[in-house]
Design a protein around this ligand. Structure first.
Ligand SMILES: Nc1ncnc2c1ncn2[C@@H]1O[C@H](COP(=O)(O)OP(=O)(O)OP(=O)(O)O)[C@@H](O)[C@H]1O
Length: 779
């Protein structure tokens, strides 16, 4: 492993002899002894001059934190007040090793802390910063509604009633390109279809509108027409016509909301969901009452197909598989195969591909929908589609080669993407600086999403950004701080989980920002309400989340996406940044990379552009920090360095002063490293765990521990917790075998280390990814 002490001074103790006598340093590394010797000499000189010149005799100098550019030996610093020292000693973690560099060879118990300077010994970037780009050149949005004067919803074959409803009630004037390509095709023909278009291009309406239109058209042509109910219109007893599958409950809910909004102009058509999270009995009752369109998660639908007699699928004409790649990633292949076979078996439909124009299809039509076209989607296509047509936009980069689709999935053209090469030690301060800057003026950024690799790290960053600053009067708990969202059972008690809080760390007086957090270890009701709060917020808001929020979610007015931890694959990147720049709106995205091999990721970022990445720009770290910590735009030397250092030290003290915070920071750090090891094989040269400087990385989690000594309860290295986890491992297997899709919706990184069942699943996933490489194969 690379030496983690670069620029760091170990926190060793010396004897308590007279301060002016030279200390005798023994043991440890020569480098640490030498640094300590010089440090002691320097302090002796300083003390001597202080005693000579001071006019305030016996006064206690204020505790000093290292100034930017200088490292600091904590326990040996005479300028630190006795009070501060006692606080930190009393909080000395029980698991830390003791280091003794004692002249008297006595083992004195001192915390093994490392307080390094933020701005020294940072590795340099290996690539030169590009010139600032000329962002003045206007770019045509690629996923916007068409303004060609020709394309209207009516011209695509939708009825005047439905078109008027779209215009007047939903404020949708013209179709997007993918809707133009899809709607006429799905209204007139009964072919299976694969819909592929970039994020935010309106794929949901692209498949929902033809389905709704054809069900409306079928009035009087299907059985059970009820004259008392609008003259032969479809009603709930007419049968189930469409089944829409989506990978997560959140997505199902979102689709269901869009569908309900459409059905307000055809209220006799009944839609419903079966997505789990409620008693199966209520779902069964809903199915028994009759539905015409069903939105479901695959696991739940498979369950009902086996166990709910009232679910009659003989008349199903459409099976839609939305977010196809995600469905496959989450391992729903077997369920989907089962569903396809059962629908096929029970179907009473003819297999004819021709039906009266615009009415219900005579055969089951399968529609696969995805922004990406990966092998997994091709596989899903193979098991569900027959002679499918590929519906895509003109601007799409994908093409069919030898019967297979080659994917060149791009980000929306109008999205401004940038990256910053940030040394590990500076990561946390740079994140805060970027957010402070983004929200500096009211209205400058309404909403931002920060993607983080794992649930524990989300928890930690949420707490850091919303923590109470002891010294700051302005950060007294606000009403929002008290907000909690949902509850979860813990130790037989209802413990409220706070997922919404005031972003006190951003401290922007004129622009109060509300922080939200989201990850897969939160209970479903908390996830739902947090997401709704973020989406509906009219005030500036930040969502800190794992990849659970990267797919398909349509959250309004997201202007900025920060990938604080780089994505785990190129597709993940495109889905994450796709949460902004939707339906023709502007958006910005910033990805954080470490200096060194990670800079190679820039080439992959460029692939997400249609023009080869000419518009990709680099944000300089100094600039981000200056803008975030500098004094209101005035270039006042390096005061931003001091402010950033002060802020960082404040967080480090906050971590130390409460064992809970310390444990949270350690968990976050460990989980981050584990998650780092799960980058896709193709990108493991770029994200090579061996290159992580663990000492520097600890600084980004406000930890002063030596990396090797960081052990959080529930993680590897702690005997007791290992025993507990062995027991929980068995429980995890059991729970997985129940086949509940909500459990699967948690990806390995999305699981908190405090969720033992999750830890077991994560490890299994890690083994799969690491393909024989040990979990901590670090140097
Ligand atoms: N014709 C339209 N005019 C204006 N806005 C539209 C139109 N069609 C859809 N939208 C809006 O575009 C946004 C994105 O739609 P949708 O969620 O269907 O995109 P998507 O292509 O499924 O994205 P993703 O791949 O990220 O899931 C939604 O807010 C939707 O209301």
């Amino acid at each position: 492993m690379e030496d983690s002490s670069d620029g760091l001074l170990l926190n060793f103790s010396i004897d308590n002899g007279p301060l002016t006598a030279p200390a005798n340093f023994k043991g440890g590394r020569w480098r640490d002894r030498l640094t300590a010797k010089y440090g002691a000499r320097y302090r002796q000189k300083k003390i001597a001059s202080h005693f000579n010149s001071t006019t305030k005799e016996n006064s206690h100098p204020k505790a000093q934190d290292p100034v930017p550019g200088k490292s600091h030996i904590d326990t040996n610093d005479v300028s630190r007040s006795a009070k501060r020292q006692r606080v930190e000693e009393s909080l000395r973690p029980t698991t830390t090793k003791l280091t003794t560099y004692s002249g008297s060879r006595e083992k004195t118990e001192k915390p093994h802390q490392i307080i390094s300077s933020l701005f020294t010994f940072n590795p340099a970037s290996k690539t030169a910063a590009d010139e600032e780009l000329n962002s003045a050149s206007p770019i045509e949005p690629s996923n916007a509604p068409l303004l060609d004067g020709l394309s209207t919803f009516t011209s695509l074959g939708l009825s005047p009633t439905l078109s008027a409803h779209l215009l007047l009630k939903l404020e949708l004037k013209t179709p997007t390109a993918i809707q133009k390509a899809t709607i006429p095709e799905l209204i007139k023909d009964d072919n299976d279809a694969f819909i592929q278009a970039e994020t935010g291009s309106g794929k949901t309406l692209a498949y929902l509108l033809p389905i709704v239109q054809r069900i409306v058209n079928s009035a009087g042509t299907v059985g059970n027409t009820n004259k008392s109910n609008g003259g032969g219109k479809v009603h709930r007893d007419s049968g189930l016509f469409a089944v829409i599958l989506a990978p997560t409950r959140e997505l199902c809910r979102q689709i269901s909301v869009v569908l309900e909004s459409l059905l307000r102009c055809a209220h006799w058509i009944v839609a419903g969901t079966v997505i789990g999270g409620e008693k199966k009995k209520s779902e069964k009752a809903r199915l028994r009452k009759g539905l015409n369109i069903l939105v479901a998660t695959p696991g739940r639908l498979a369950d009902h197909l086996d166990n709910t007699e009232a679910l009659d699928v003989r008349n199903v004409r459409w099976l839609v598989l939305d977010e196809g790649d995600r469905l496959m990633e989450l391992g729903f292949e077997a369920e989907i195969q089962g569903i396809v076979e059962k629908l096929e078996k029970k179907s009473q439909l003819t297999k004819a591909r021709v039906s009266p124009a615009g009415s219900l299809p005579n055969r089951k039509v399968t529609i696969l929908c995805s922004a990406t076209m990966k092998m997994s989607v091709q596989r899903l296509g193979e098991l569900s589609l027959k002679e499918a047509i590929h519906l895509k936009t003109d601007s799409s980069n994908s093409e069919e080669i030898d019967g297979r689709f080659e994917d060149n999935f791009s980000a929306p053209a109008q999205l401004q993407q940038s990256y910053a090469v940030v040394p590990a030690k500076l990561r946390l301060v740079t994140l805060v600086a970027a957010l402070k800057r983004a929200f500096v003026r009211r209205g400058s950024v309404m909403k931002a999403i920060v993607f983080i690799s794992c649930a524990d790290s989300v928890d930690f960053h949420f707490q850091v950004l919303s923590r109470q600053n002891r010294d700051d009067e302005n950060t007294k708990p606000s009403a929002k701080q008290e907000l909690t969202s949902g509850t979860k059972l813990a130790e037989d008690k209802q413990v409220p989980i706070s997922t919404i809080a005031s972003a006190t760390s951003l401290c922007i007086p004129d622009n109060q920002v509300t922080l939200h957090k989201l990850h897969g270890s939160l209970p479903q009701n908390v996830r739902t309400s947090t997401l709704a709060a973020f989406s509906q917020s009219k005030d500036p808001a930040v969502l800190i989340c794992t990849d659970i929020a990267s797919r398909g979610l349509d959250l309004s007015n997201v202007d900025l996406v920060i990938e604080y931890d780089p994505p785990f694959s190129k597709d993940d990147h495109l889905h994450r940044v796709g949460r902004t720049a939707r339906a023709g709106r502007d958006g910005r995205a910033l990805v954080y990379l470490l200096p060194g091999d990670e800079e190679g990721y820039v080439e992959i970022l460029k692939e997400s552009y249609r023009d080869g990445g000419k518009r990709l720009c680099r944000n300089k770290v100094d600039e981000i920090l200056k803008r975030g910590f500098g004094s209101s735009g005035v270039d006042s030397g390096k005061d931003w360095e001091e402010r950033a250092t002060e802020w960082q030290l404040e967080v480090e003290r906050w971590v130390l002063e409460d064992p809970k915070n310390l444990e949270m920071a350690r968990r976050a750090y460990q989980s981050h490293i584990r998650a780092y090891a799960t980058h896709v094989t193709a990108e493991r040269d770029i994200f090579n765990i061996k290159n992580l400087h663990l000492g520097h990385l600890a600084k980004a989690f406000a930890l002063r521990d030596k990396p090797g000594s960081i052990k959080a309860p529930g993680t590897r290295g702690n005997k007791e917790s290992r025993k507990v986890r062995r027991q929980d491992g068995a429980a995890a297997k059991e729970s997985q075998s129940t086949g509940e899709e909500n459990k699967r919706s948690k990806s390995s990184r999305d699981i908190s280390m405090s969720d033992p069942a999750g830890v077991a699943r994560m490890k299994a996933k890690m083994r799969e990814h690491m393909a024989g490489i040990s979990e901590f194969n670090i140097g």
